[in-house]
Each structure stands twice: as C-alpha cells, then as structure tokens.
Design a protein around this ligand. Sequence first.
Ligand code: MLT
Length: 262
Amino acid sequence: MSDEPEFLISYQDSAGGVPVLLIHGFPLSSLLWEPQMAELADVSRLIAPDLRGHGNTSASPPPYTMEQLAIDCVNLLDDIGINRPFVVMGLSMGGYIAFEVFRQYPGMVAGLILAGTRAGADSEEGKKGRDAAAKLVREQGVSALVEQMLPKLMAPAVYQDNPELVEFVREMMLETSVEGAIGGLMAMRGRADSLPTLLDIDVPTLIIHGTDDQLIPTSEAEAMHQAIHDSRLVIIPEAGHLVNLEQPEAFNDAVRAFLETF
Ligand code: MLT
C-alpha cells in the first residue's frame, strides 16, 4: 500500500494509431503540445498529461522524483485502458522522465522521441542552481522563477518576433503551483545519469533539437545520437528549447515521418 495521497491527473487525449505519451518540460503543462495535438492526432493516439503540480493536475508535497513522475504517466495510460506498447515523446524534463519510463517498463516502450533534452545528470553546479531556484520559489513564488527562466526558454529572436508565443508560454508557466515547481526542481536535481541507458535503448528513437536552444546545447543531442543504436537526429533551425512550439511545422513533419513507421 502506498501512503501517497490520492490525486486526479489532468490530461489531453486524441484518437487512433500507436499510443504516444507526450511528457512536457519544466515548468510547463500539456498545453506545450498544442501544435502536436492539433496536427498529429490522425497518425497516433496522443495522450498528454499535466505532471503533478503542473497545469491542472493537483500537487503533492515536494520533493518529487523522476521515478514517481514516470509512474504517474504510465498509471494514467493504464487507467485509460492502454495496455499495448507505446511511444514516449518527452521535451527537456519530459525527456528525463522518458528515460525513466524506458528503464521501469521494459517491453512497453515501442519508440522514443527525445526533444530538447540531455541524458546526463545535474552537475554539482547544476544542483546548486536547483537549490537556489527552489529557494526563490519558496520566498518569492512561481512568478519570480518564471521571470528568471522565460528569457532562456526560446530562441532569442522569438522575444522580438512573436510576443504572443512568449505570453502563451508565460501563462502556461504561471499555472505551475509552488509545490509543483519545487517538486520538479528536486526531481531534476536528484535524477539518475541516463548516459548508461543510451546503450540499452533498443527501440527506434528520434532526437530533435533546436539550433538556438539556450538551455541545452545541440552537442547533447549529437552525443545521444552517437550512443543510441537505432536513432535519427533532426536539428531544426531557428528554434530554441521549446522546439515543438517555436517551429511546429518542421517538428511535426519529423514526428509524423517517424510515427508512420509504427
Ligand atoms: C525543462 O525545460 O524541462 C528544464 O528547464 C530542463 C532543465 O532545467 O534541466
């Protein structure tokens, strides 16, 4: 018996095709996947949860772990009757969770889409940054973290050229609860090193990265591509960390071509 409190997980679902679990990054929600929910529902069944404490999913007290977030996502699939292998698409922290799903549910992951993410764990300096960010949230609320992170989340040009997109992302981030933000930061801080996992990945994998990602360099995507046996790498120009939102057509073309092989 788990002593965890019961909570309801909010999610978006579409119809048809191989199931795809879409896991958003930090501190975002399933709204991140709006361009994919709109354009890819004919090729796959897309299930996009809000992680605990994010979007419309209730929070539990922090800290969270990647294991717990992975279990939340797969429990949701189970609850809605999906018991066949599925593709996992994760962006950034969603990618960290995707590695965890792959490790914890052998045989259930049919394919991986790793967008704007990296395999390594946090460095000591990175961990200090998580602690500082958690302190900021505790003392000044989520809006202070949003103002700190927002300028780095997309390609520099987006802030001049597409203020509507910047506002959309800001609003999405502000939906994160204090508990969810601290929980997510602690999950990222404590996450396992997934570099050894790369050599075990035996399912088709698509890696997508933006050339202008200010948070995770393209070299991380190239390194994952080198290490994962059956992987494709798509580098999308004029896209930052939120590559699927910033360049939805190029992103969707790559994902569609990949999903059509299932
Ligand atoms: C994310 O976009 O999910 C996070 O910013 C990733 C990270 O901080 O490592």
